[in-house]
Design a protein around this ligand. Structure first.
Ligand SMILES: C[S@@+](CC[C@H](N)C(=O)[O-])C[C@H]1O[C@@H](n2cnc3c(N)ncnc32)[C@H](O)[C@@H]1O
Length: 316
C-alpha cells in the first residue's frame, strides 16, 4: 500500500510546519465561509470573546462540542490553575453563543500519573458556571497505554452539560438486545423487556463500548492529526442533541470532525482552530468529502499534492 503519512503536526518533524504554512488559506483572525452557505471555519483563539461572538451574529448555536488541548505539551507551558482560567474563558464564550436551550459536550483527559488533573479541577470550575451537569460519559478505546504494573488506560472522558432545557433524543447502538426478562404487567398482560422496548438494540448509556477509535487503516483517518475523534462518536452526540438545520459549534476543530459530522447530518457548523494548519485541514476535509465522498485520507494526507515532489525532467 502506498503510504503518504505525515508526522504529528504538533511535533514538527522535518520542519513540516514551515512547509505547510504557505498553503494555508487563513491567518489569525480570518474566516473561511463555505460557498454552499452552511459552515464557517476560522483561525482564532477560543478565548477571544469579541471575535467568537461576532461569528454568531444573531444566530445562536444549539449545541457545542469542544475537545480542548490537554496534553503534556500544554502543561509544560502553564500550570493547572492557568489552564482552568483559560477554560473558564472559552466556557463563558460558549455560554454567550448558545441558545437559551442548548447542550454542551466537552472531551477532557485525566492524567493518572498526576492526580488525574485537569479533570477534577475542570469539573469544579464548571460547577461555578450556569451550565447544569447532565452526564459523565466514558468512551472506551480499543488500544491503550500503560505498563504491566497498572490498569491499561483505555478511557476517554466526555462531559455533558445543558443550558436551559435542550431536547434530547435517545440513541441506540448496533448491538442487539439479547437478554429477555424484566417482566412487567402492561394493561393486564405480562410483557418482557424486548416487547416493551423502543428498539431491538441496546442504548449506549454513559459507557460507549461500541466505537472504534481512529487509526491509520480507517478511511476517516487524517494523517498529521494526533487527536482525531471518531465520526461515529460526534454523530451520536449530534443526533441526540440537535435537529437537521441546527447550528452547532466546535472551538477546537483540529481534523474537522465536528464540521464533517454536521455536513453529513444536515447541520450547520461554526468552527475554529488557533493553528492555521488545522484550520486548513478542516476546510480541506470538507472539500475532500464533497469531491470524493471520503471521510478522510486513510494512508494519504490533506497536503499530498503540495508535499509530493514533482519529478525532475532528468528523471525521464
Ligand atoms: C484535541 S484537538 C481537537 C480534536 C478534534 N476534536 C478532532 O476530532 O479532530 C485540540 C485542537 O485545539 C487547538 N487549539 C489549541 N489551543 C487553542 C485555542 N486557544 N483556541 C482554539 N483552538 C486551539 C489545537 O490546535 C488542536 O487542533
Amino acid at each position: 500500500m502506498d503510504s503518504h503519512a505525515i508526522p504529528r503536526l504538533d511535533i514538527d518533524a522535518d520542519n513540516i510546519r514551515r512547509r505547510l504554512l504557505p498553503h494555508c488559506r487563513l491567518k489569525a483572525g480570518e474566516t473561511w465561509r463555505d460557498p454552499d452557505g452552511n459552515h464557517s471555519v476560522s483561525c482564532a483563539d477560543a478565548g477571544c470573546t469579541g471575535f467568537i461572538e461576532g461569528l454568531f451574529a444573531g444566530r445562536p448555536a444549539v449545541l457545542a462540542i469542544h475537545d480542548p488541548p490537554y496534553n503534556l505539551v500544554m502543561f509544560e507551558r502553564q500550570s493547572v490553575d492557568e489552564y482552568i482560567d483559560w477554560c473558564r474563558t472559552w466556557v463563558s464564550n460558549t455560554h454567550s453563543v448558545l441558545d437559551d436551550d442548548a447542550a454542551l459536550y466537552i472531551w477532557l483527559g485525566a492524567d493518572q500519573a498526576d492526580n488525574f488533573q485537569p479533570l477534577p479541577q475542570f469539573m469544579l470550575m464548571m460547577a461555578g458556571t450556569p451550565f447544569k451537569a447532565r452526564s459523565f460519559i466514558t468512551v472506551r478505546n480499543q488500544r491503550g497505554y500503560g505498563t504491566q504494573k497498572n490498569w491499561m488506560a483505555v478511557r476517554q472522558e466526555l462531559l455533558y452539560y445543558s443550558k436551559g432545557s435542550p431536547p434530547f433524543e435517545v440513541q441506540y447502538t448496533d448491538i442487539p438486545k439479547i437478554l429477555r426478562g424484566y417482566y412487567k404487567e402492561v394493561n393486564g398482560t405480562l410483557t418482557e423487556n424486548l416487547e416493551r422496548g423502543k428498539s431491538p438494540n441496546i442504548r449506549p448509556g454513559n459507557v460507549w463500548m461500541d466505537i472504534q477509535q481512529v487509526f491509520y487503516r480507517m478511511e476517516e483517518n487524517v494523517n498529521g492529526c494526533y487527536a482525531q475523534k471518531p465520526l461515529k462518536a460526534i454523530e451520536r452526540i449530534i443526533t441526540a442533541s440537535s435537529k437537521p438545520g441546527d447550528l452547532i459549534t466546535d472551538f477546537f476543530a483540529h481534523s474537522g470532525t465536528t464540521l464533517l459530522a454536521c455536513e453529513r447530518s444536515g447541520r450547520c457548523c461554526v468552527t475554529l482552530d488557533i493553528d492555521p494548519i488545522f484550520a486548513e485541514i478542516t476546510i480541506r476535509r470538507l472539500e475532500h468529502y464533497r469531491a470524493t465522498g471520503k471521510t478522510g485520507w486513510q494512508a494519504g494526507n490533506p497536503f499530498q499534492k503540495e508535499l509530493t515532489p514533482t519529478p525532475s525532467p532528468a528523471a525521464h
